[in-house]
Design a protein around this ligand. Structure first.
Ligand SMILES: [Zn+2]
Length: 239
């Protein structure tokens, strides 16, 4: 059971979840080289029972393209893992049609939980972004409605980077993080769960373009390091 504790110093809430202590940290060598990755195809029995898949095959068996199951070390009462693909390629390097299926899965899971609370979907890529498992994946947590999530409000578009039919990309005037960018829908007063397939196609297009630009920028400034890390999250509230 998770506890929500107000952090008076920052006016934010902290989630206390004791089951997290025991989770393996692959980045720190908890899974030995040659050990099986529980997120790879063929190792489905190593994860909790799956709740959703895109692709073929039966639950718990190979054949899937995107796979969802409960997190073994939950931080909230509803906490899921969304494995992007059977292979370990990064999300922005998968074929566009496959990335669309991942974002359609985000929408399906968002709508599964939207009546139960505030749905946060997030992705940590790389060790510096806090990922504990190498195999690329996203996570979904549901935060009770009575908790005031300290998500930022959309700022007026000042520093536009790119746009297409349904989306703008811009840099906020006041960033929380270095190289922070926002992808904002041009359709106002909607939740992510209401996104159409046509809008997802547009979102994937602009998502891949900005990730490629950020990765190129990172590599041009860090010629010796190839650990391009990033976080993104899907805005849980009405835009
Ligand atoms: Zn794997």
């Amino acid at each position: 059971m998770s506890k929500y504790v107000p952090d008076i110093s920052s006016s934010r809430w902290v989630i206390i979840a004791d089951s997290r202590e025991n989770r393996p940290d692959e980045m720190n060598g908890d899974l030995k080289p040659g050990g099986k990755c529980p997120f790879c195809e063929g190792n489905e029995k190593m994860t909790p029972a799956e709740v959703y898949r895109v692709g073929n095959g039966n639950p718990g068996e190979p054949g899937w393209e995107v796979r969802v199951f409960p997190n073994r070390y939950p931080i909230t009462d509803f906490h899921e893992v969304i494995v992007h693909a059977p292979s370990e390629e990064d999300l922005h390097q998968l074929p566009l049609a496959h990335i669309e299926k991942v974002f359609q899965t985000y929408r399906q899971r968002f709508n599964e939980y939207r009546k139960k609370g505030q749905v946060m979907i997030f992705c940590n890529r790389g060790e510096h972004a806090g990922a504990s498992m190498i195999h690329p994946h996203s996570q979904l947590v549901v935060i009770p409605n009575q908790i005031n999530l300290s998500t930022l409000n959309c700022e007026p578009l000042g520093n536009l980077v790119e746009e297409n039919t349904y989306f703008n990309i811009y840099c906020p005037d006041f960033s929380q993080w270095p190289y922070e960018v926002w992808i904002a829908s041009k359709v106002k007063n909607t939740f992510f769960g209401d996104i159409t397939n046509e809008e997802i196609r547009d979102l994937v297009d602009i998502y891949v373009r900005i990730l490629d630009r950020l990765e190129n920028l990172y590599e041009s400034k860090n010629r010796t390091s190839h650990d391009f890390s990033y976080n993104f999250y899907i805005y849980p509230k009405e835009m």
